[in-house]
Design a protein around this ligand. Structure first.
Ligand code: MTE
Length: 324
């Protein structure tokens, strides 16, 4: 296992890009992406227009579980994204996600629960229950943000669907729409669509797990996963699946997208853990956005992204080096 100790902004583009993505691109695009090296640097955001904010939402501020760290500015949160359905560069989602139609939106609920069916978004979540949660989001590629989300606790939504005792896991799936999602049409795509994620039931029911419909008080911009995305703040960002169209309760552990692509690099648990390096880079530190070349804004990464008090007990008897 090669462990790089260089800061991530000194790493080559291939080193902070999932390896299969890098290999594919390299085979087909050779050196054409040299200029893209800068895109691997958190904070160097696309200088284009600011995304149009969504519609205002009604919500309560319940500061209990929120961090009081300074917020990452809206322009960083909405212009430096991972949403491979629209391309693999950090700026692709802000540029191309407006092609996705998010209304009307329905979510299929299936599997081990008493209330399966196809739900309109507004029937699945109760808008009068919306609250704000300010959470740190720590990406596996070693940058992080502080984002004011609006939504409902995942446990509340799951409770209404009445999972049976056989439901040991919950599985989530993102929209597939080749017309609207240009990354899904791409010959270079490494993901076998749909994007898939999952949580153990006790993780899903934890008080931190959140179904977001908005950020900064407005409905989610498409690039952040409109109209409905998961937020699991103690896990690397890739667990926070966007634009969800299917939820399934199941007995067997789901096999997730990144695990399928690179099982040695991305595990099912994906808990933020500075003690377990990614095979190609360290996870000890992160760049808090906004960050630039001259003010990189490095901070120490905390175990469980600083949420150990709420979640460490979920993994009490597990070897986290093995169950990464
Ligand atoms: N969900 C889908 N459907 N497709 C994706 O490519 N990327 C994940 C996650 N959810 C992704 C996704 C990754 S790797 C990260 S870091 C976060 O979304 C980024 O969320 P943000 O762009 O809102 O910061």
């Amino acid at each position: 296992m090669i462990i790089k100790n260089k800061p991530s902004w000194q790493l080559g583009y291939h080193e902070v890009t999932p390896e299969p993505v890098f290999r594919n691109r390299r085979a087909f695009m050779k050196g054409a992406l040299a200029g893209a090296a800068g895109l691997a640097m958190p904070g160097l955001v696309w200088p284009g227009e600011l995304p149009v904010p969504g519609e205002a939402l009604d919500f309560d501020k319940r500061p209990g579980l929120s961090t009081d760290e300074p917020l990452t500015p809206y322009e960083d949160v909405t212009r430096y994204n991972n949403f491979y359905e629209f391309g693999t560069d950090k700026t692709d989602p802000a540029q191309y996600a407006s092609a996705m139609e998010t209304a009307p939106w329905s979510v299929t609920v299936e599997g081990e629960c008493a209330r399966p069916g196809q739900y309109a978004l507004e029937d699945l979540l109760k808008p009068h229950d919306y609250e704000e949660r300010i959470y740190r989001l720590r990406c596996v590629e070693a940058w992080s943000m502080v984002i004011p989300w609006v939504g409902v606790p995942l446990a509340e939504m799951i409770g209404r669907l009445e999972p049976t005792s056989k439901a040991k896991y919950v599985y989530f799936e993102t929209l597939v729409n080749l017309e609207q999602m240009r990354g899904q049409r791409s010959a270079f795509s490494v993901i076998d669509w749909p994007y898939q994620e999952g949580l153990r039931m006790d993780e899903a029911m934890n008080e931190l797990s959140f179904m977001a419909v908005g950020l900064y008080g407005k409905t989610l911009p498409n690039q952040n996963g409109a109209p409905l995305r998961l937020v699991v703040p103690w896990k690397y960002g890739f667990k926070s699946i966007k634009s969800i169209v299917k939820i399934r309760f199941q007995e067997a552990r789901p096999y997730t997208s990144w695990e399928k692509i690179a099982p040695k690099e991305y595990g099912f648990y994906a808990n933020v853990n500075p003690e377990v390096d990614h095979p190609r880079w360290s996870q000890k530190r992160e760049r808090r956005l906004p960050s630039g070349l001259f003010s990189p804004n490095w901070i120490e990464t905390r175990k469980f992204n600083g949420y150990g008090e709420q979640v460490a007990h979920l993994y009490r008897d597990m070897d986290l080096k093995r169950f990464y």
